[in-house]
Structure formats: C-alpha cells, structure tokens
Write a protein that binds this ligand. Structure first.
Ligand code: PLP
Length: 337
C-alpha cells in the first residue's frame, strides 16, 4: 500500500512538473484550498495579514477567506471584467506592503474562464507575495507546469477528471511554510494526519495519467465541439449571450444566458430530449450566484442561464442535438408569447 501511494505521488508530481515531496494528498479540492490559504496565512501572519483573491472564486476559497477575516486578516476581493477575467493591473494595484498571499483560480467552474495565472504569479513574485491557484477545474484539462507558470501552491481534485470522489492534492513549493490544517498522526510526513485513502489516491493518479495522456487530442476535440455549439447557438438564437470569455475558456465549458426563458424550464425540456446539462449555479434559491453577480448580468439574463459541459464521451452529434433542441425550445417559446 505504501509503495502504491508513493508511486501515485511520483506520478502526479511528474504531471505538473513538481517533486514528489511537494505533493500532499487531501480529501479533495475544498480541503486543499482551506489548507493552502488558512495554513499559509496562519504560518506567515507575522509578515503581514493581507490576502488577495477574486470575487468569482469557488466557495472553498471565498468562505475560507471570510473565515480568515474573522481571525483578523484583511482580504481584497478583486472584481472581474464582463468576461470573468481578473485584470493584472488591478491585481498589481491591490498589492500592499503587508500582502502575503494571493489566491486566484486557474479556471472558473461556472463560466469556464481561464485566468491569466502566469502574469498574476509573476506580479505576485515581484512583490514577494506567494501565489496559490485553485486548479480544480483545470487539472487534467489544461497543460500545467507549476515551475513554468510560477505557481507556489495548487489545489486539484480527483473527481473532476473521472477519478474517485473524496481525494485531492495540494502542491506546495519547497520552502513555502504552512501550518497544518489536520493535526494527528505522522501521515503525509507529519503534515496531514489521517490514514491515507489508498484506493482513492491510486485511482486519482491513474485518472490523471489517463487525462494527461489524452490531453492534447481530447482538448482539441472538445474545443471543436464547444466552438461549433457556441457558433450555432449564437447564429440561431438571437437572444443568446455567451457568458465568460470565448478566447480564454476551458474546452469543455459552454455557458449561455437566454432571454424570455427560464433556465430550469429549459433544463427540463432538454432532459426530456435526453440532454443532461446544468442551469449553472446561476441562481440559488432565487439569489444569483456570486459569479454572475460579479459579471453584472441583468435580472432577466440571470434567470435563463444554462451551463453545458462536454466530456470524453460527447460527440459532434451531441453538439448538433444540443443546438437543434435549444433552437426549437426558443422558437416554441416565442410562438407561445
Ligand atoms: N474549486 C472549484 C473551482 C471547484 O469547481 C470545486 C468543485 O466543484 C471545488 C473547488 C471543490 O472540490 P471538491 O468537491 O473536491 O472538494
């Protein structure tokens, strides 16, 4: 079992250009984000108590930052532009003498926008600020080399790449000091107590190897599907608006707002045609998600948000069926009005 965990650690490290001793196994993306941010802030509070993040992070980062605010840290939540991009200039301007850490996601889970991580990490380093990225949506989907990109800490999760649920990793660059989040036994070199999730860890490494082996062809294939679906939907449904950036976007993500039709209704009509998508996290109990609020969507646009994720099993026929179904639903809706 110990050899299997060591082999998994070595393999996962190699996939992102890290050393095996820089990889720590966790219970998932949420724990990795909590550990990176709380662990670093608490270990380095004597140097400063200011943290920079963005307004569109996953709650695993946002709620962690809010928890640190209750401990006396100060957090700047950077706004994003209409495509969901953090501005490097805004980022530089937010850095203060007491800034110790920046945490900006690699790619957003709702709108798929890929943030300018390389430039942000470089700007952080110029000011001696450590750079963490939540790469839960990007790991295994985008090429990532932590040294080339200048990433000091990175969170990833197994279940986003078809690995087992309940396992993830935190990459911590050698020399970056973190307090433990889970005190306990001597597992993970005394840095994270709790008996290792051996099947989870082994499955995670295998899923990551498969994802990275297929990354380039699969990325290009999904990109073509995505762009075909986006082009058809924009051409055939005049009220459709693409959310997030088109250029800097995950290959598997399509996210649209439609006027005149509610996301949940569209979801059900698509489900009846055998098409499984998500109404995004756009509205939760009638409240717009923080991501869409940060993009500045109108109330009407917020009601009709749809998120489509492509995967290895998605085909060109699926992309056509999606565009056909949406065009038909929209036409019927307008006819009823
Ligand atoms: N961060 C992002 C961007 C995510 O999309 C998710 C999961 O949806 C998480 C963190 C949390 O990961 P996990 O479910 O492995 O705790």
């Amino acid at each position: 079992a110990s050899d299997a965990v060591a082999a998994a650690r070595e393999s996962l490290a190699g996939l992102i250009g890290a050393a095996p001793r820089e990889i720590f196994f966790t219970s998932g993306g949420t724990e990795s984000d909590n550990w990176a941010i709380k662990g670093f802030a608490r270990a380095n509070a004597a140097k400063g108590r200011h943290i920079i993040t963005s307004a569109i992070e996953h709650h695993a980062v946002l709620h962690t930052c809010q928890a640190l605010e209750r401990e006396g840290f100060e957090v700047t939540y950077l706004p994003v532009d209409e495509h969901g991009l953090v501005s490097v200039e805004d980022f530089k301007a937010a850095i203060r003498p007491d800034t110790i850490l920046a945490s900006i996601m690699f790619a957003n889970n709702e709108i798929g926008t890929i943030e300018p991580v390389r430039q942000l990490a470089a700007a952080a380093h110029e000011a001696n600020v450590v750079f963490h990225t939540d790469a839960v949506q990007a790991f295994g989907h985008e090429p990532i080399d932590v040294n080339e990109l200048g990433i000091d800490m990175l969170s990833a999760s197994s279940h986003k790449i078809y690995g087992p649920k309940g396992v993830g990793l935190l990459y911590v660059r050698r020399g970056v000091k973190l307090e433990n989040l889970l005190d306990g036994g001597q597992q993970e070199r005394g840095r994270r107590g709790s008996t290792e999730n051996v099947p989870g860890i082994v499955g995670f490494a295998r899923a990551a190897e498969l994802a990275v082996d297929e990354l380039a062809p699969e990325h290009n294939r999904q990109l073509a599907l995505r762009d075909h679906a986006i082009r058809r939907i924009l051409a055939e449904i005049p009220s459709a608006k693409l959310n997030g950036s088109w250029e800097s976007r995950l290959a598997n993500n399509v996210n649209f707002s439609f006027e005149f039709i509610e996301g949940e209704g569209m979801l059900l009509q698509l489900a009846a045609r055998g098409i499984c998508v998500s109404s995004g996290s756009a509205c939760h109990r009638g409240k717009p998600s923080h991501v869409f609020a940060a993009l500045g969507l109108s109330k009407q646009e917020l009601m009709g948000v749809l998120r489509v994720s492509f995967g290895p099993d998605s085909t060109r026929r699926d992309a056509e069926a999606l565009a056909d179904a949406l065009a038909e639903i929209q036409k019927n809706r307008i006819a009823v009005r």
